[in-house]
Design a binder for this molecule. Structure first.
Ligand SMILES: Cc1ncc(COP(=O)(O)O)c(C=O)c1O
Length: 393
C-alpha cells in the first residue's frame, strides 16, 4: 500500500484517534464507511421493521455471498453465513461421519476450541486424534503427516494461523497431501482471511471457516463457511431448521442444495450485509497489498522487539504474519497489557485453552499478542516500543 492509501485508511478509521489498536486478531477497528452502513441498516430496521428491511435490502444480503466467494475464489452457492468462525467450523466438523477406530489428524498449533471438539467426537465415536509435530522451524512436519495417513484417516483439519502466534501454517502443502490421499481437508481460516490472500482452490481445502470481526474489519457476530460443491449434498448438517430444509409432509423434509443448508433461519441480517461491505472495502485496497503491508510492519516490530533486553519473541514458522507475540522475562503478560491499556494502547494476552497444545510443549504460560493491521503506522510502533521500554526499565 502506498502512503496515500494508508492515509485514506486512517482517515476512514475513527478509532485511531483515541487508541493505538494492536488487537486486530481480537477484533479490528471497523472502518467508518462500513460502520455507517451498519448503523443505517439498523436504523432502517428500527423505523421500518426487521423483516421489511430484509426484504427491501435483499440484494445487499445476496451481495454477502458474492463478495465472500470473490474473496476466497469460490462460488456463491458454496458459501453460508454463520454467526462466528467456531460455529461455522462446527457445522462441518460435526457433519463428517466418524466411527470407532477412525482418525482425525491435526497440528500442534491447533486452536483450543477445535481440539476440544476433536476430543469430544473422539470420545463419542471411539475415534482417535493424531497430532503432527512441528519441524525445526516450528511448523508442522509434512513428512510426518504423510507417514501418519492411513485408511483410517477421515479428516485433516488445521488452523491456517494459530490464535497465539505469528505462524502461518503451510496450508497449501497440507492441502496437496490431503488431496493426493483423497482425505477431506478442513481449514480454519479465522485469522488469515482479510490479512493475507486465501484462495480455496490454490490451497486445495474442502471446507473453510472464518470470522468477520478480525482482519476483515466486519462487525462482531458474523462469520462464514465455505463448502466445496462436491461435499454440499454429501454432508448432513448436525442441526437443521426450516431454512436449511423444506418440510414436505409428516415423514419428509428436503434439504437445500446449496451451502446455505448450514445456516440458521434467524440471523444477524445487518451484520451479514455489512460483512459483504467490509469485504468490498478490503478488496478496494487489494488483499495482496494489505498482506504486504501487514507482514512488513509486523517484521519491523519483531526486529525492534528483539533489541529490547529480556524480551523473547515467541512466533514460530518460516512465514510469519501480522500477529507478533512476545514475553518478558520479568514482567507478566497481563501486567504489560494492562499498563499499555492505561496509555490507550490495545494489545491482548494469549494464554489458556486457545494455544494449549503448543504452549504446553514450549512451556509457555502466556504471551503478549500485538496484532497489526494495514492502518497501523510506524509511528504507532515507535510509540508502543517506547512505552514498553519505559515499563521494562
Ligand atoms: C484460529 C482460530 N480459530 C477460531 C477462532 C474462533 O473464532 P470465533 O470467535 O469467531 O468463533 C479463533 C478466535 O480467536 C481463532 O484464533
Amino acid at each position: 500500500m502506498n502512503e496515500a492509501e494508508i492515509q485514506r485508511a486512517r482517515r476512514e478509521t475513527r478509532g485511531i484517534k483515541t487508541c493505538i489498536h494492536f488487537n486486530n486478531a481480537g477484533s479490528s477497528l471497523i472502518s467508518a464507511p462500513v460502520a455507517d452502513y451498519l448503523y443505517g441498516f439498523l436504523r432502517e430496521e428500527e423505523i421500518k421493521g426487521g423483516y421489511e428491511t430484509a426484504s427491501l435490502r435483499e440484494m445487499e444480503l445476496e451481495n454477502f455471498y458474492i463478495r465472500v466467494a470473490e474473496l476466497i475464489n469460490a462460488r456463491p452457492e458454496e458459501i453460508a453465513f454463520v454467526e462466528n468462525a467456531t460455529r461455522a467450523w462446527d457445522m462441518i466438523f460435526y457433519s463428517i461421519p466418524l466411527k470407532a477406530g477412525d482418525q482425525i489428524i491435526t497440528v500442534r498449533s491447533e486452536y483450543g476450541s477445535n481440539v476440544i471438539a476433536y476430543l469430544h467426537r473422539a470420545k463419542l465415536a471411539g475415534a482417535e486424534l493424531v497430532i503432527v509435530e512441528n519441524n525445526e522451524h516450528g511448523e508442522p512436519d509434512t513428512n510426518q503427516l504423510k507417514k501418519l495417513i492411513n485408511e483410517k484417516t477421515k479428516l485433516i483439519s488445521i488452523s491456517h494461523i494459530p490464535t497465539g502466534g505469528g505462524l502461518v501454517n503451510p496450508a497449501k502443502k497440507i492441502g496437496e497431501i490431503a488431496n493426493e490421499h483423497e482425505i477431506p481437508f478442513l481449514l480454519d481460516a479465522c485469522q488469515s482471511v482479510g490479512q493475507m490472500l486465501v484462495d480455496v482452490n490454490e490451497i486445495g481445502c474442502d471446507f473453510l471457516s472464518a470470522t468477520g470481526r478480525k482482519f476483515l474489519r466486519g462487525p462482531r457476530g458474523t462469520g462464514f463457511l465455505y463448502v466445496k460443491q462436491k461435499w454440499i449434498e454429501r454432508l448432513d448438517p448436525p442441526l437443521i431448521d426450516q431454512f436449511a430444509a423444506n418440510l414436505i409432509d409428516e415423514k419428509t423434509y428436503l434439504l437445500r442444495k446449496d451451502a446455505r443448508k448450514f445456516e440458521n433461519w434467524e440471523r444477524y441480517f445487518a451484520g451479514q450485509a455489512t460483512l459483504g461491505k467490509a469485504i468490498e472495502y478490503a478488496m478496494d485496497f487489494g488483499v495482496s497489498k494489505i498482506q504486504k503491508r501487514i507482514f512488513k510492519i509486523a517484521d519491523t516490530l519483531r526486529k525492534e522487539l528483539r533489541d529490547i533486553s529480556e524480551v523473547e519473541i515467541t512466533d514460530q514458522g518460516l512465514v510469519q504474519c501480522g500477529i507478533v507475540t512476545f514475553r518478558h522475562a520479568k514482567i507478566n503478560a497481563k501486567v504489560i497489557k494492562s499498563e499499555l491499556a492505561r496509555k490507550q494502547i490495545n494489545v491482548s494476552v494469549s494464554s489458556g485453552s486457545g494455544s494449549r497444545l503448543s504452549f504446553m510443549e514450549r512451556r509457555i504460560d502466556s504471551v503478549v499478542r500485538a496484532s497489526l493491521h494495514y492502518y497501523n503506522t510506524e509511528e504507532e510502533l515507535e510509540h508502543f516500543l517506547s512505552e514498553l521500554k519505559q515499563l521494562a526499565s
